[in-house]
Design a protein around this ligand. Sequence first.
Ligand SMILES: Nc1ncnc2c1ncn2[C@@H]1O[C@H](COP(=O)(O)OP(=O)(O)O)[C@@H](O)[C@H]1O
Ligand SMILES: [Mg+2]
Length: 363
Amino acid sequence: MAETIIRFENVTKQFDNDPPVLDNVSFEIEKGKFYTLLGPSGCGKTTILRLIAGFLEASDGKIFLNDKVINEIPANKRPVNTVFQDYALFPHLNVFENVAFGLRIKKMKKDVIQQKVVEALRFVNLAGYEKREITEMSGGQRQRVAIARAIVNEPEVILLDEPLSALDLKLRTEMQYELRDLQRRLGITFIFVTHDQEEALAMSDEIFVLNKGEIQQSGTPIDIYDEPINRFVADFIGESNIVSGKMIQDFEVEFVERRFECVDQGFNPNEVVEVIIRPEDLEITTEEKGNLRVTVDWVLFRGVHYEIGCIDEDGNEWLVHSTKKAKIGEKLGLAFDPEAIHVMRLGETEEEFDARLESYEEA
Ligand SMILES: Nc1ncnc2c1ncn2[C@@H]1O[C@H](COP(=O)(O)OP(=O)(O)O)[C@@H](O)[C@H]1O
Ligand SMILES: [Mg+2]
């Protein structure tokens, strides 16, 4: 078992008399991994980071770092550094002085500061930029200065609050790669915040999906993508076709008024469920061979694949990702395997969901 570095135990955060921003949140963060808090704007991501950093106090519950309660420990005494969304660099200081700032406050010796700053800048590929003014640096370079300023303090945890959201797509992709690589080289725990699901899937060891101050699901990118716990997660992580259905019996589910073989079990007979099929799991075929008969409504070319919007005989929409082209108005069949059908129980908690998946594996 990996060591736990941060633990939230029933943490609630409420401002004034507003409804809680975080409601009884519990989770564990293991040492040395790349974690992502993923969720829509306003769901409480920044609040969690600020509680860890010590910029906010929990209204209730306990926050542990290395098994010690840190609720009362001031921010500057926590071995945690934050990279802010807008970087919060000092525009009047050059690159070296920005990175050195925290070390100077700690009154470290000049030659030690010199050595640490140079090393941190080398780590983020900015060797030789010491004398540059911040205003002369590009967006990506400023990002790296902000990271150097965090790592120079040798924290145990680095918190990153949507640090890539201001960058254009190409630079953003490069920085995703750089950050991931940096985390591996440093081996320290990163807690990264984003509202971008693709970014979360690409970068993380573990993702926490948040909605309205609650963790909906936690797991590896593959777990969360393949086995979303509910409609919110399925919808937020990747594109999905979600329809309501009925679990007739083990391995048989009904939706769009037809019955299909599936791999799910352990539901009550005729239990109302939600059914997901990912767009890449729908295969275009002839009307005769398909599980569903559809008419093509729209087509978008996405480079590697086509995105194809189809309507079935009952008027349900189906999104298909395919390398095959289709024509608007064309009548097609959509085929899928039993494994492509993912059945979700309504209102299931993460614990119940995990227990159900485990029982499949045992069966
Ligand atoms: N200082 C504050 N006072 C009152 N409400 C706040 C304060 N900070 C955040 N909130 C509220 O808490 C909720 C979550 O905010 P935040 O954690 O910043 O969300 P996210 O980072 O996921 O976008 C929002 O509804 C926000 O308005
Ligand atoms: Mg935020």
